[in-house]
Design a protein around this ligand. Structure first.
Ligand SMILES: [Zn+2]
Length: 537
């Protein structure tokens, strides 16, 4: 077997002379066996390098959970800290592969030197314009429609809120990993007084996050630290029983499950029983472990997910088993996803999954014999019902941690609340008057032409009512009422159309929200057609 023999495929670099051999990028294809071996060696090598911290913390390439963003953040912080203290910052950029391009390097250094980072604000504002243009095109909104309405109509928050969400997510990613190269500078940012005095300078990332964390009430989130995976060479023998999988829950009566559980217990009578359960309801998140004589329950941070509460219960069960003399146990859970996560634990896994797997292996090494078994929930199996009740009840034992995996959902919710506050202030906005909640309107399956017309009617900005703004003409006024014509005037107020309104909406003077609000009235299309307005929308 030729392990090291490779098939080399030359790939022409774009725009290069095909007759010159140096114009080709050679790609070496090795055999499948060789690749597999390489991967195995690589997995082991990486594990040792990471665990013994042999790589410099500043290396981001070829490392799991790291990205160029980490180095950019470090550089940005160093630059801002240098600015604010009136120091020079010298950075040297290497391109090791080939002779570096002089012009490019100069450009970058020049930009940095000329405080190019101050241009950041205007660059960011240019993105807003592009974003708005995109939303207008996607929804077919008329050009004069206000941007706040566009956000709500399309369900897309403004870029500032999105940036806040992603910045905070990145902040928590750093916070969960004290070995992260930016950890110190982001968690304990320096030169705060300088930045406070000079408001024209953009503060470093760590300082920028502080008011956001304060504002969103996320300052004291106790993030669960990242966990190493178990060594790749360790045999991963997680033992499970699938006695209950063969009975589909939709067609099996609870009594059948109870009977089955009874047989199952006879078969495994030498194993002790532990039932685990997690629960999330409103602001209460709880987890519970039920042994035959004791119940251990915990109240978790309200930001934790159901999955976190389930896996935490299993982890708690293992921690309790560790102290017992009985060696044979079956851990019963109604969480299929927890068992699957334990079976498929990898570097990317939830930190509690990794803690659970590591503890499980440690117990195996100490001759414990522990099996995981899925049982259906809420079918009257006593231990499971007890665990369920204990997880739902508030416990005085409180855990404060939140795993990074649950943070994004928290941030998403937080951003939606802030967006709703912004929308609440839009009291003169036409869309706001018919849809006060940002989450109100559901997508419809109208064709493009109709959905554009509906969007324009809802926004209150149509060609007929607003084109005058583009030509600096006076606003169109109604010939019979001599008031300025608006969508509301046409659909709800003008006496001219009261007969037709009665026909289509059941009322001479209906409420606009009933026609165009969260649940629009499909007759609106016939109405605007009959009054000859449809082609002027
Ligand atoms: Zn009128």
């Amino acid at each position: 077997m030729a392990w090291s023999r490779a098939i080399v495929i030359p790939i022409l670099k774009p725009g290069k002379n095909p007759e010159d051999p140096s114009s080709y990028r050679p790609i070496a294809l090795t055999s499948c066996l060789c690749k597999t071996l390489e991967r195995m060696i690589n997995a082991r090598l990486i594990h040792v390098l990471e665990e013994k911290k042999l790589l410099t913390e500043f290396q981001s390439g070829f490392r799991y959970g790291r990205s160029t963003m980490d180095n950019i953040l470090n550089l940005e912080t160093a630059i801002r800290d240098a600015f604010i203290t009136k120091k020079h910052l010298v950075s040297i950029f290497f391109d090791m592969e080939k002779a570096y391009d002089r012009a490019w390097r100069h450009g970058i250094l020049n930009d940095l030197h000329n405080m190019g980072f101050r241009a950041a604000r205007s660059v960011v504002q240019q993105l807003d314009t592009v974003h708005h243009q995109g939303l207008r095109l996607a929804s077919g909104a008329f050009r004069t429609s206000p941007v706040q309405s566009l956000y709500v109509l399309t369900g897309e928050p403004c870029l500032k809120l999105r940036r806040e969400r992603f910045s905070l997510k990145y902040y928590f990613k750093i916070k969960q990993n004290p070995c992260h190269p930016s950890y110190e500078r982001v968690m304990k940012p320096i030169f705060g007084q300088f930045y406070e005095k000079k408001v024209s300078f953009i503060p470093s990332f760590g300082h920028r996050m502080r008011p956001l964390l304060e504002n969103f009430n996320l300052k004291n989130i106790d993030i669960l630290p990242k966990h190493d995976e178990p060594p790749p060479w360790r045999s991963r023998n997680v033992l499970t029983i699938d006695d209950f999988h063969k009975l589909p829950k939709s067609t099996t009566a609870p009594s059948v499950y109870i009977q089955e559980f009874y047989y199952h217990r006879q078969k495994f009578e030498r194993y002790g029983t532990v039932f685990t359960d997690g629960s999330k309801f409103g602001d209460h998140v709880g987890s519970a472990v039920v042994f035959s004589h004791i119940v251990i329950s915990r109240t978790l941070n309200k930001h934790c997910s159901v999955f976190t509460s389930e896996i935490f219960a299993i982890y708690t069960a293992l921690r309790a088993i560790r102290l017992l003399s009985q060696k044979k146990w079956i851990i019963y859970t109604d969480s299929q996803s927890s068992i699957e996560a334990i079976l498929n634990a990898s570097r990317q896994s939830h930190p509690l999954v990794l803690s659970t797997v590591k503890l499980y292996f440690k117990l195996q090494d100490r001759n414990f014999d522990i099996l995981f078994c899925w049982i259906p929930g809420h079918v009257g199996i006593t231990g499971n019902d007890e665990a369920d009740a204990a997880a739902k009840a508030a416990s005085s034992n409180v855990e404060t941690f939140v795993p990074f995996q649950d943070i994004d959902q928290v941030l998403k919710q937080t951003i939606l609340i802030k967006w709703q506050h912004i929308w609440d202030l839009e009291l003169n906005n036409k869309l706001h008057s018919i849809q006060p909640s940002i989450a109100g309107f559901q997508p419809n399956n109208l064709n493009r032409r109709m959905s554009v017309k509906l969007a324009r009617l809802r926004l209150g900005h149509t060609y007929f009512t607003h084109k005058h703004l583009l030509y600096a003409d006076p606003a169109p006024s109604c010939s019979s009422c001599s008031t300025i014509i608006s969508v509301r005037h046409i659909l709800c107020e003008c006496p001219k159309y009261r007969v037709l309104r009665r026909k289509y909406f059941g009322k001479a003077y209906p409420d606009l929200r009933d026609i165009l609000g969260e649940h629009y009235n499909a007759n609106v299309f016939s109405f605007v057609h009959d009054i000859n307005f449809i082609h002027s929308i």
